[in-house]
Design a protein around this ligand. Structure first.
Ligand SMILES: [Zn+2]
Length: 223
């Protein structure tokens, strides 16, 4: 048997990987980065003062991908008729309405049935109790399960040929758990950076790992 030329073999493998990389890049044109949202809470400045005290301030832990948005160091506890969830992160900046976003698994643990909604649409959503270190609040409405959505800039919308409010399909680029999300709302704003937001249940179902992408498919597009 002839001796294997290791150097040549390595060269060939490197060449092959480079070619695959290029192919991947040319196929990446309709790929959208995936961001997984854990359960979290948006607060009004007034509700924050009740939960943390009048002199407290919301402090930044880490910037999120969407410009101006950040995860705070401060956390709260959620309480429902069947249970509590601790260490729920507050996302800044403050909002006009307090809103809590959880997964379906979280809702089951709390014993509540929040609707699946677009962020900001809290009328007739689920009640929720929020507990902070200095006080607690009971909201008649404010708990939702966030509808999967894609943030994109005006340029991205033009590139994908979609508009604000459109629904698209996102096929997860995942061989072993081939899952598509069929009703993904497009949200276009000049301040947005391209990113699809799904919750932890959706991410687990599709075995989403950090750095994951999904393929954007419009009605009528070949799959
Ligand atoms: Zn989002």
């Amino acid at each position: 048997m002839g001796k294997v030329d290791i150097n040549r073999l390595v060269d060939e493998i490197v060449k092959e990987i480079t070619t695959l990389g290029k192919m991947e890049k040319s196929k990446n044109e309709t790929l959208v980065p995936i961001g997984v949202s854990s359960r979290h809470c948006h607060l009004t400045v007034e509700d924050f003062a009740v939960l943390f005290g009048k002199d407290a301030s919301l402090t930044k832990k880490v910037d999120l991908k969407q410009p101006g948005h950040y995860a705070a160091n401060e956390t709260v506890t959620l309480a429902g008729p069947k249970g509590c969830i601790q260490n729920v992160r507050i996302l800044g900046p403050f909002r006009k309405n307090t809103q809590v976003e959880v997964s379906i698994s979280d809702a089951i643990k709390l014993g509540l049935q929040p609707p699946i909604r677009e962020s900001g649409k809290i009328i007739d959503s689920s009640p929720i109790t929020i507990i902070g270190p200095k006080g607690s609040i009971y909201l008649e409405e404010g708990l939702i399960i966030a509808q999967a959505h894609i943030h994109m800039s005006l340029e991205d919308a033009e590139y994908f040929n979609v508009k604000d409010g459109d629904y698209v399909r996102i096929k997860m680029m995942n061989e072993n758990r081939p899952i598509s999300f069929d009703k993904v709302k497009v949200r276009v704003s000049s301040g947005f950076v391209l990113e699809m937001h799904i919750d932890t249940d959706e991410a687990n179902a599709a075995n989403v790992k950090p750095g994951a992408f999904g393929k954007l498919i419009k009605p009528g597009d070949p799959v």
